[in-house]
Design a protein around this ligand. Structure first.
Ligand code: ADP
Length: 174
């Protein structure tokens, strides 16, 4: 009799606005831990992101096309519901510094209380990216600073183009 092995599915949720080298490092490393890794792009309409959820999904898809077990989807609402829908039992989050820890611990405990079968694992950042966040990238780009140490070349041009357009709009308003 053939025994069917349950495949291990992990979810890596985030805003990824835009996806940075820090995120890509966590994706590469967690793709080795799970049979399938789902990157969950939070739609989060309250936050007014730089890129739409579809754009963020496409960017991550293009940068992870060499990883056959990585899938990228967007979601809205509770992460626990998305995890259930995707049949994932483990959430992956990245930790950069102790400042991340308090919020992440609270979220992990809340999610486990709402959905007892759902665990969260943390991967510590690669030291090269310990300082890096999407908001830093947006901030530097908004003042026309160089962002090629933070994000992939194809993201550099997309961020520059988007920030340039926003700057032009604001200048016209003045
Ligand atoms: P969120 O708004 O959910 O925090 P982010 O896109 O900012 O979304 O981050 C998604 C996840 O990636 C979080 O777990 C965050 O801690 C992690 N992360 C962000 N930047 C880095 C980095 N430079 N190194 C490692 N993990 C990171």
């Amino acid at each position: 009799m053939e025994i069917q092995k349950e495949i291990k599915i992990g979810i890596y949720p985030g805003s990824f606005d835009p996806v940075t080298f820090g995120h890509l490092d966590i994706i590469e490393r967690s793709a080795q831990v799970f049979d399938k890794l789902i990157v969950g792009v939070l739609i989060n309409s309250a936050k007014k992101p730089l890129f739409s959820a579809e754009e963020r999904v496409r960017m991550i898809q293009s940068l992870t096309s060499h990883l056959p077990n990585v899938e990228v989807n967007s979601f809205d609402g509770l992460l626990v519901d998305f995890a259930k829908q995707e049949k994932a039992k483990v959430i992956v989050r990245g930790l950069r510094a102790v400042t991340d820890f308090e919020y992440e611990l609270q979220m992990a405990q809340t999610n486990r209380t709402m959905c007892p079968g759902l665990d969260t694992i943390f991967l510590t950042t690669d030291l090269r990216y310990a300082y890096l966040s999407s908001s830093i990238v947006r901030e530097v780009a908004s003042y026309n600073g160089k962002i090629d140490r933070f994000v992939s070349p194809e993201i550099v041009s997309l961020v520059k183009e988007r920030c340039g357009r926003i700057r032009n709009k604001e200048e016209k308003k003045e």
